[in-house]
Each structure stands twice: as C-alpha cells, then as structure tokens.
Design a binder for this molecule. Structure first.
Ligand SMILES: *Cc1c(COP(=O)(O)O)cnc(C)c1O
Length: 398
C-alpha cells in the first residue's frame, strides 16, 4: 500500500489525557485550537469583524472559487441548523426538492423539508446503497416539478462517499439545481466549484477543519444568495438576511460564538499548514488505511467495499461470537483511551470508527491494538461477522 512513503512524526497527544474521539464531530482538536478560546472578543469590534471576514474568505478559497462568484455565510448553531437554513433559503416556497437518502442525514434533510412545508420527494436507498446519476436523471425526467436536488456528500451514518460528481452532471443536464450537505467531508475531500457544479453547500466548524462546535456555514453562489431574498420561513435561519447584514456591517446578525470563531481561525491556519484539503485528506486516508488494515487482520469486516469507503468514518460489523457485546467493547475501548461510535444500520449490528480529528496513523495503530486487547478481555475468539452481515453486504455491487 505505502511501502515507500516516510512515516510522519507523531502528532502530540491530547494534553489533558482525555480520550481520543473516534467520532465524526465533535472530534479531537489540537491544544492550540482550544487555547485560542482563552480571550474574549466584542462581536461588534473591528478586530472580530476582521476575523469573520477572514473566516469567510478562507472558506470560499477552500471551495476553489477564484472568480468571486461564491460567498460564505456563517450560521450560529450545529450543522443541522445550517442545513435547515440552506433548504429554507434557497428552495423557493413553490419549489420542490428531490432528496437523495442513504442514511440518517438524508432522511433528516427530508424531515427538515417536511417541517418547512416545502414540497419534496425522496429516493431512499436504505442504510448505505449509493444514489447513482442514472436513477437521479430518471427521477428528474419523471417529475418536471422538481427544482432542486439535495445530496449528502459523505453520509456519515455509514461512512459512504456518495458519487456527487455524477449526480451533479445528471442534475444540471436537466436544468435543475444541486444543494450539497458536505458537513463531514468539506476540508478533507475536494468539493471544488470548478469541478463539481452546485449552488450551495453546508458544513460546520467541528468536522474536517477540526474546530470546536458552535456554528455551521453555507458556501453559495452569489446569484442564488440574491435570489433567496424573502424565501426563508425563519428569521434566524435566513441565509440571505445573514449575508446581506454581513456585507453591510461586517457582523453576524445576532450574537456570534466568538470563542468558537477564534478557535476556528486557528484550525484553518493549521489546515493550511498541513497542505489544505489535499494534506488533510491524505492524513485521514492514511488513518483509514492503517486502521482498516489492522481491524481486518483481527477478523473484523467493513460494511462497505473499498471503493465506497470514505476517509471520514468506517462502519464495521459486530462479531458474531456470542462473547461480544458492543457496550462492553465500548467501555473497554474508552478505558484504553478511545471513544468509538455506535453503528446505525437497521439490518445487522455494527459500530463505527472515525478517521477525522487531530490524530494520525500512530494513534490508529494503538486503536487496533486496543481493539485486539478488548476482544481478548471479552473472550472473543473471532471478530468475524455473522453470515447475515456478509449476505447483506453482497447487495452492494462493486
Ligand atoms: C454532522 C453532520 C450533520 C450535522 O449534524 P449536527 O449534529 O447538527 O452538527 C449533517 N450532515 C452530516 C452528513 C453530518 O455528518
């Protein structure tokens, strides 16, 4: 896999000895990021306004916009607030959204539209099957009322990396518009506006940029931002109003999470120092490769075939061995310094291990060693999954 590459120096361990968060956000952050929160900032002060401007500029640059066609609008709250803001602001009240779901976040987008009273229809692929360009095209051909398509970039509930590029092509070939939830991918997996067409995307502070939780952000085409005036159902979540106020005053409309913004700027600086999206993505891919290889050597199997495995989070089947208990495994892993994540499959038992956050392949080797010890302590002889899991996975064509 990687015989010739040199192994980088280990990243520093969490200073307070807290466990690593092998979760998709909040995640393990650098000490410097946490330290950046020690100072107070006045939200109206020029210093903080400059910080907001810098944050927006850097995020737009990460999306690859060099022509000034896109703008970034930060939004207070967790990532779901930003998703709701995007849907409520860019989909006109008489619009209709085709939601592509293959997990919890796609279903949450559809549920959001239900709350908003926006017309929508769903392609639900179940727990993890990827929505493909041809079926999106067929659905759009069959329903001319659909104005927008909503796709999840990395569906964090299984860890699948959805084929956003082919979906975008199918959408724009039919004159419709694409909205992307790139919450758990942006900053580590390219979503370059010059390569993949879309109108708006959302992500948040506490995923691949490795900030702390407290705000999300929308990166949108300025023409769409202008057209969004008056669409929103919500005062607080109106992306157009937030943007217009930001342009006019340099300020967020209501109290911004000042400390979180300061931490995020530090995180962006560290992201750039690591080589931007390519560097961050490469570290996460190494994390995944080392961890998956080690777990497979213990007998664990991944839900997804390699082609669909994201460098964000990986789903493993729980072992069939009767001595295995997920809650016991969780506690043992936590005692060894690693917080893992329960699975979200409806058909068979599973758990997830995140690859994102301030950790590297050295940490991932220790994760695998901890899993081996935990299995031994539980008396699990084999980590092989039940036959039902393998049969389920066989549905996923290469
Ligand atoms: C994390 C995440 C969200 C937002 O979740 P919050 O808990 O509201 O921050 C949305 N979509 C995806 C794909 C995510 O991974």
């Amino acid at each position: 896999m990687s015989a010739t590459r040199t192994t980088p120096e280990p990243l520093p361990a969490p200073k307070l000895g807290e466990p690593y968060l092998l979760t998709p956000g909040p995640l393990t952050t650098a000490f410097e990021v946490k330290e950046a929160m020690l100072r107070d900032w006045g939200s109206w002060d020029a210093d903080f306004r400059a910080m907001t401007a810098q944050l927006c500029e850097r995020l737009v640059a990460l999306a690859g916009d060099t022509r000034g066609e896109f703008a970034c609008v930060p939004m207070q709250g967790s990532g779901s607030f930003a998703v709701e803001a995007m849907l409520g602001s860019f989909v006109p009240r008489d619009g209709k959204v085709l939601v592509l779901a293959n997990g919890a976040y796609g279903l949450r987008a559809a549920e959001t539209l239900r709350y908003l009273g926006r017309a929508h229809t769903l392609i639900d692929k179940g727990d993890y099957m990827p929505p493909r360009g041809d079926e999106v095209g067929a659905a759009l051909d069959a329903d001319p009322a659909i104005t927008h398509v909503m796709v999840i970039h990395c569906e964090t509930s299984s860890g699948i990396l959805n084929p956003v590029a082919e979906i975008s092509e199918a959408v724009y070939a039919r004159g419709r518009k694409l909205l992307v939830d790139s919450m758990s991918a942006f900053g580590a997996i390219p979503l370059d506006v010059n390569q993949i067409r879309y109108e708006a995307m959302v992500s948040s502070a506490n995923k691949c940029i490795e900030g702390v939780p407290g705000f999300g952000f929308v990166i949108a085409r300025k023409s769409e931002l202008e057209a969004a005036k008056g669409n929103s159902h919500s005062l607080c979540l109106d992306v157009h109003a937030q943007w217009a106020y930001l342009v006019k005053t340099g300020q967020w409309r209501y109290t911004p999470p000042t400390h979180v913004v300061a931490a995020f700027l530090k995180a962006l600086e560290m992201h750039a120092a690591e080589g931007g999206v390519a560097g961050r993505g490469a570290r996460y891919a190494r994390n995944r490769d080392v961890m998956v290889e080690g777990m497979r050597a213990l007998g664990f199997e991944t839900l997804l075939k390699d082609r669909w495995l994201s460098p964000i989070i990986v789903t493993f089947f729980c072992p069939a061995d009767a001595a295995f208990s997920f809650s016991r495994f969780y506690d043992l892993m936590k005692a060894k310094g690693f917080i893992i994540y329960p699975g979200k499959l409806t058909v068979v038992d599973s758990f997830r291990v995140g690859c994102i956050g301030r950790m590297d392949e050295h940490v991932m080797r220790r994760v695998v060693a901890a899993a081996a010890e935990a299995l031994a302590e539980m008396g699990v002889a084999s980590a092989a999954p039940p036959a039902a899991a393998i049969a389920e996975r066989a549905r996923l064509a290469a």
